[in-house]
Design a protein around this ligand. Structure first.
Ligand code: HEM
Length: 539
């Protein structure tokens, strides 16, 4: 899913929050904050309703609670640090009556989000996203019949058995991607983005991406930009303190609301334009095998028979968009991470190439049948997931009722962040957690350290990512072909030397590297020839 990171107050928000209190409107805000604080915190404590203490956490400030305490960038690192300081898997925070906990261990995430899933599968109300004009989209839907209906309708299309139908296109798009990387090295990221968009756009709307300059890629890029820079879901001041959404946007601390309204067009474009085309095609009796056409057929058939359509036009629009949006940026960023880690770790790259040579040889390219026989490549995938979970704090869940966990009280309506980054860098599970070491998952006898595969990068419990199997297939087929055909090296400097570097990273929305150059060299003339012949005339 695009942009699922949690950083709370932006610097502008934080710096201006005290100004806010000085404004005339501040009296109202102050009073509301006080009331929420009293209602949510003091009253239950004083009345003795709270038999168990809240989870520990750093002290908050009067009224503002933890609002200014959470770093805007890379909050997950601070949360992991607090976990150690307060010696607790579960941390508690509160601002303006909005409560949230952070789960720093896999055990607590599994215990709450998986095992007690019936209580922890809600989402917070994403007010900033509402302002951005989202249609009903599974990712943001609250727990309840509507969300269950969306999952019930979307999930079957992405089961292990069903995703096989997309494999031909995934393989074709992988080859197109790699050939484009060779043809236009400077824009290798464009080739990756096209790969990811082409797969989900076809599944959702039956549309083919004809060229690297396709407007469908631009639409996806604009939406990804809008989402990733809007900050973490449910973390803006209007999410924390909903009354502020009605304040004028010129107020200094309303910059995220201003941003949301400014970028609304990008969310509306990705939700509306392909869906309008699908509707038009249906009207013209152009039939495509894809999710949106399938749903429109069901809708029209019901309408003709006079049967009610519980899954409305708006629902179809939102569910179709969920596939397009949630599936493109996530997959593209993971492929970008492959390029980075293979470039930075030539030993791992050489081992993967040796595996490919052994299993596939040099007379053909890898196919789906080879994937199960490439265990080292799977270790590279796992290590990529672990090193940089795209959503370091997941997409927040929320609790439905009061609960007690290991003697700690978790109130109803608490927002729950799983600190996946913290879990994946926990030294008690992963030795040298910042080192890219795919062998760590092998047993000691095999030269590894018997460490567990990372868990949680696709989420937890009843809200776990529905596109996981599809995404893993896309990733493995492109990775296998990349390793088989290309050498990935640091670019040459002016004197022909290749100097190692680490790119800049963004931790505002998704955790991802900013664009960086790479030298992509065909492994052999034969490998290049095989790749070009396989792609044929496809552009
Ligand atoms: C590497 C690729 C991907 C990653 C890392 C990823 C990650 C995630 C994460 C962390 C969540 C939140 C789960 C939770 O709340 O516990 C999620 C939800 C979701 N993902 Fe993915 N995802 C990926 C690819 C895809 C693809 C290809 C699709 C296309 C079908 C997709 C569709 C969704 C949807 C619809 C949800 C919302 C589920 C719900 O709220 O019930 N994702 N994903």
């Amino acid at each position: 899913m695009s942009s699922h990171l949690v950083n709370l107050a932006s610097p502008e928000d934080r710096n201006t929050i005290m100004d806010m209190l000085a404004l005339p409107i501040s009296t109202l805000l102050l009073l509301s904050g006080l009331i929420l604080f009293l209602a949510g915190y003091l009253v239950p404590a004083v009345l003795g309703k709270r038999k168990y203490p809240l989870p520990p956490g750093p002290p908050g400030e009067f009224i503002l609670g933890h609002y200014r305490k959470i770093p805007f960038v890379a909050a997950f690192k601070q949360y992991a640090q607090w976990g150690k300081e307060y010696k607790s898997d579960v941390l508690y925070f509160e601002t303006f009556g909005t409560k949230w906990i952070v789960l720093n261990s896999l055990k607590s995430a599994v215990d709450l989000l998986d095992k007690r899933g019936s209580n922890y599968s809600d989402r917070p109300k994403f007010i900033l996203f509402e302002e951005m004009g989202w249609a009903p989209t599974l990712t943001w839907l609250r727990w309840g019949p509507k969300m269950q209906q969306h999952r019930k309708i979307l999930q079957p299309a992405f089961s292990k058995a069903q995703v096989r139908q997309y494999q031909d296109n995934q393989e074709r798009q992988a080859l197109i991607c790699l050939r484009s990387m060779l043809d236009d090295q400077a824009n290798y990221l464009g080739a990756i983005r096209r790969f990811a968009v082409a797969i989900v756009l076809n599944i959702s709307y039956g549309i083919d991406v004809e060229s690297p300059n396709s407007p469908w890629i631009k639409i996806a890029d604009d939406a990804a930009e809008a989402i990733s820079n809007s900050g973490a879901p449910a973390s803006s001041i209007i999410d924390r303190f909903p009354a502020t959404r009605h304040l004028p946007t010129w107020l200094p601390f309303m910059e995220r609301l201003r941003y949301a309204r400014k970028w609304k067009w990008a969310i509306e474009a990705i939700t509306n334009i392909p869906f309008a085309l699908a509707q038009k095609e249906m009207g013209e009796k152009i039939d495509r095998k894809c999710f949106s056409h399938d749903r429109l057929h069901v809708y029209n058939a019901n309408a003709e028979k006079g049967k009610p359509n519980e899954f409305t036009m708006d629902d179809i629009r939102g569910a179709s968009a969920a596939i397009y949006i949630a599936g493109n940026d996530t997959t593209a960023t993971t492929v970008q991470l492959f390029v980075l880690y293979l470039m930075q770790n030539p030993d791992a790259q050489a081992k993967a190439q040796a595996e490919l040579d052994r299993v596939v040889g040099s007379d053909r390219l890898p196919t789906w049948n080879d994937i199960p026989n490439l265990p080292y490549l799977n270790l590279i995938l796992q290590e990529t997931y672990r090193m940089n979970p795209l959503s370091p704090l997941g997409i927040p869940h929320a609790s439905v009722s009061d609960d007690v966990y290991e003697g700690m009280f978790i109130p109803k309506g608490t927002i729950v962040y799983a600190n996946v980054w913290g879990m994946h860098h926990d030294e008690s599970f992963y030795s040298k957690p910042f080192k890219f070491w795919p062998e760590r998952y092998l047993s000691k006898e095999q030269g590894g350290n018997g460490e567990p595969y990372p868990v949680g990068n696709f989420g937890f419990g009843r809200r776990v990512c529905i596109g996981r199997v599809l995404a893993e297939n896309s990733l493995m087929i492109v990775l296998a072909n990349m390793v088989a055909t290309l050498d990935i090296r640091y670019p040459k400097g002016p004197n022909g030397e290749r100097t190692p570097f680490d790119p800049e990273w963004s931790y505002i929305g998704q955790a991802h590297p900013l664009s960086f150059p790479a030298d992509l060299i065909p492994r052999s003339p034969k490998a290049e020839q095989l790749l070009r012949a396989a792609v044929g005339v496809a552009r």
